[in-house]
Design a binder for this molecule. Structure first.
Ligand code: YXS
Length: 259
């Protein structure tokens, strides 16, 4: 069964996350199919992409496939982690990617949604950033993506509580562009994509890349980088990280020791 389905409507490409049974957990295989779909759309000179799940889902994506997180002692979100490849593929895609969101968005799924250029969600959608729930040390680029999208006190609330925030709050904070009822969201997003497709694809792709370069332009001294990497290593070398993963696999609540 394909983990991703694609459709093309004129110059708009649609990517459907299609692993509802596993709540569209971002496994290496599912991510590979999304990236292949984007590569295919690039070859077709697609001018707008819609990234969505099946209509009516309760979970848009449950985030990184926890079963694929490395055991303690290894960086769970290093440069070559599939989730990192996916975020970069969306951000570097030469046309706008619109996230059509229904249901819960969890963990790395939030970063994937926030890597999209425009976000439209149903009122029932929620957004939860969950590294603390699993004892995961989020990576720098991911934290910067959130800092660019979300006011700092809210980033801290989401990271420290790991609890979902409702789409209405996300709209008020500017994290999402529009709230649309499930009965209207598909037509609305397709109309938006069509309005993008009639504009200059070259102008849009250059402006998208300018914005990516400017929002990622943060001077970081080598000393500061190494300090942060050292802090992250304390976490992924620690017992809490392994406990978080084991607890999910054993379907029990984690018992974090803070070690
Ligand atoms: O037991 P089976 O085999 O049927 O599989 C179950 C779940 O194990 C599976 N599943 C996942 N598998 C791998 N990775 C996941 N993230 C994941 N989420 C779910 O899907 C099957 C159905 O799950 P179930 O029964 O729990 O569904 P539900 O409808 O009752 O609940 C939906 C959720 C999303 C509320 C629940 O599945 C859940 O809480 N999932 C984990 C959400 C989460 O913590 N995501 C963060 C992943 S780690 C990550 O993204 C970053 C590394 S970080 O942590 O830093 O943000």
């Amino acid at each position: 069964m394909p983990l991703v389905l694609t459709e093309q409507q004129d110059s708009t490409g649609i990517i459907f996350l299609n692993n509802t049974e596993k709540r569209n957990a971002l496994s290496e295989a599912l991510i590979g199919e999304i990236i292949d779909a984007l590569d295919g759309f690039r070859a077709l000179n697609i001018r707008a992409v819609i990234l969505r799940a099946a209509a009516g889902v309760k979970v848009w994506s449950a985030g990184h496939d926890i079963g694929e997180l490395p055991n303690s002692g290894h960086d769970p979100l290093g440069w070559n982690d599939p989730l990192r490849h996916l975020v970069r593929a969306i951000q570097e895609f030469p046309a706008p990617v619109i996230a059509l969101i229904e249901g819960g968005v969890w963990g790395g799924g939030c970063e994937v949604a926030m890597a999209c250029d425009i976000l439209v969600a149903t009122p029932e959608s929620t957004f939860a950033i969950t590294p603390a729930k699993l004892g995961v040390p989020y990576n720098l680029v991911g934290v910067l993506t959130m800092m660019n999208m979300i006011p700092l006190p809210v980033v801290k609330e989401m990271l420290f509580t790991a609890k979902p925030i409702p789409a209405g709050q996300a709209l008020n904070l500017g994290i999402i562009n529009y709230l649309k009822p499930a009965s209207e969201i598909e037509a609305f997003v397709h109309d938006m994509a069509a309005s993008i497709c009639v504009n200059s694809p070259l102008s849009i792709s250059v402006m998208k890349e300018e914005l990516r370069l400017l929002t990622s332009a943060h001077a970081l001294s080598p000393e500061l980088f190494e300090r942060i990497q050292g802090l992250r290593q304390i976490v992924y070398d620690g017992k809490d990280y392994q406990e978080g993963i084991d607890a999910f696999r054993q379907k029990r609540k984690p018992n974090f020791s803070g070690k």
